[in-house]
Write a protein that binds this ligand. Sequence first.
Ligand SMILES: [Zn+2]
Length: 339
Amino acid sequence: MPTTTALVFDLGGTHLRCACLMRERKFANFTQERVRSFHDGLSPFAIWNELLDKVVSYVTSSQPLVERDAPLAFSFPGPLRESGSIVNAPTVSGLDEHVPDIRAELARRTGRDVYLLNDVSAAALYLARQSPWDRFMVITISSGIGSKICFRSSGNLVLFDKGPYAGEIGHLTVDESKIAPTCDCGGKGHLGAIASGRGIELLARRWAVTNSSAFSSSLCHRKFGATAETLSNERHIVPSIRERDAWALKVLEQACRPLAKVLNTVILAVGLQGIFVIGGFASSVGPIYVEVLNHLLQLGSDYSPLVFSPQMVKLIELDEQACLHGAAEYALMLHKEPE
Ligand SMILES: [Zn+2]
C-alpha cells in the first residue's frame, strides 16, 4: 500500500515551514518559524545544526499524526546534484559549499525516507495541478532568476530538474561587455544579474547617471524623490512602473530583453505551451511586468507555426503553503515506486 501521509518542509532564506500531509492532500499541524542565516552572523555549522534540530523535533512531535513509514520531503532554496546532495544554499549559508548531507542526516535521525527537492521544482509541482498546459515552465524573478520545466505524460508529472544546473538559466552569459554586471555567483554578465530585481535597480542607477536630464523628469525623481545614489526598487522604481512612468518602463523593458530571448529559445526548443512567472520582484510590479515581457516575447517570435498569445504567460502569487504542497506531491510521486 503506498503511503498517503508525509512530513513536508519548506526552507526559505528566513523561514522554515512544516506540515503533516494527511489523507486527501490536507495539511495538519502547520508551523512556521524564523530561521537564522549567515545574515545573523552565524557560522554555517551552527545554521545547519539549528535547522536539523528543528526538523527532527517537528518529526518527533508529529509522529502520532502520520503513518509509520511516512516519508519526509524537503523543499530547498538552492541547486541540488543529481544524487540529491546540496550544491549550496546562497540565501541560508551564503556561498559556503560545505553544506552537510541533509538527506542522510535526517534519514539517520528520523529513520524515515527523505526526499529533497529544489524550491522552484516544488513550485512547479504545485502549479502543475492548476496548469492548463501539459508542457510549461516556471520562472522566478526576484533578486536572482531561476526556472524549471515540467510536463505531464500519460497523467504523470515529469520535472526537468536532474543535475545541478537544471533550470539555472539565470547564469547564462547574456552580456559580454567590459561593464557587464557581476552575478552573485561571481560570474559576469549573467542573465540573473541583468533581468532580476537587482539587475533592474542597477540599470536604473546607471541610466540615472549617464542621462540625468531624462532621469530628473521621471516619476522616480519628481514624485518619489530618488537621486541616482538612492534609487531603489521598493521606494522608487517599482512604484513608478506601476504608475506607467515612461522612464521606469524603459528601464524594465531594457533589462527584460535578454530574458525574452532566452524564454523564446526555450519555447521553441521544448514546445512549451506556457510560462508561469513567480517571484518577489515580478509580483511587486504586478500585471505590468507580464505586459512588458509579453511585448518582448512577441517581438522575438514571428515564426508562423508558433502563434504567440499573451495567454501563454501567467503571473502567479504563490501562497505561503505552495512549496509545501509541491514537496507533498514529490513525496507521493517518489514514495509509491520502490527505486
Ligand atoms: Zn551567475
